[in-house]
Ligand binder design. Sequence first.
Ligand code: ZN
Ligand code: ZN
Length: 252
Amino acid sequence: MKIRLLGCGGSFGSPLAWNKTGNIDINNKRNFRTRSSVLVTIDNTNFLIDCSPDLRQQLYDAKCTNIDAVLFTHLHSDHVAGLPDIRAISLINKKIIPAYMPEIMINEITSNYNFIFNGTKDYEPFMTAKILENNFKINNIKIETFKHNHGSIDVQTYRIGNFAYSTDLKKFYNNDLDKLKNLDIWIVGLLRPDQHEHPSHATFDEIMEYIDYIKPKKTVFTHMTALLDEKETLKKCPPNIMPGYDGLELIL
Ligand SMILES: [Zn+2]
Ligand SMILES: [Zn+2]
């Protein structure tokens, strides 16, 4: 399995705008972050988790021209607004691409992006919406998913083998954290470096407590704002925990 972090920025990306660089060192390329999404490749199957608004450039940089399925975490626009870019992938491969999502997303996504899922009189549809089940298979590859809390809405954590992805995380429900035991790699959303309470994202210490409990072999942070400098964050982390960067590839 190869996991490529296509983008690891928060909803604004990093930096926020020209000259609005927060705490980052702009001489470090790893602090330039596009919006969050991930490409997971197993044998010849490519799963795309979320469609970042920066998707076209991300897939170009990854030299990726085929997606077998899109897995959505939630309907916030920084995770879905790249959907129209899937048209090129559909065209190249002459196929309709399935998008898996929780039932609660289906109406909003298929009406906001009606032309993608239903077509218009001049354009054929190029994606199809599929309702997520907690356990399912694509090309015989097992995928497990469950909801975690992200403030007023829920987000899907995905687990594929010993890799899991939990972005936009405030907290887990009940004993769900136990489903993330024995991970080799956990990519987890970390918005800011401090203890600033946020209604929909966990603090640094809270994320470290989760890591301490499930003990993944390696943890990589994603969904980072320009308040998180890569080198400063690394200094605060033990060797098996690191902030991600766009284009980071991990092999499992
Ligand atoms: Zn987000
Ligand atoms: Zn979100």
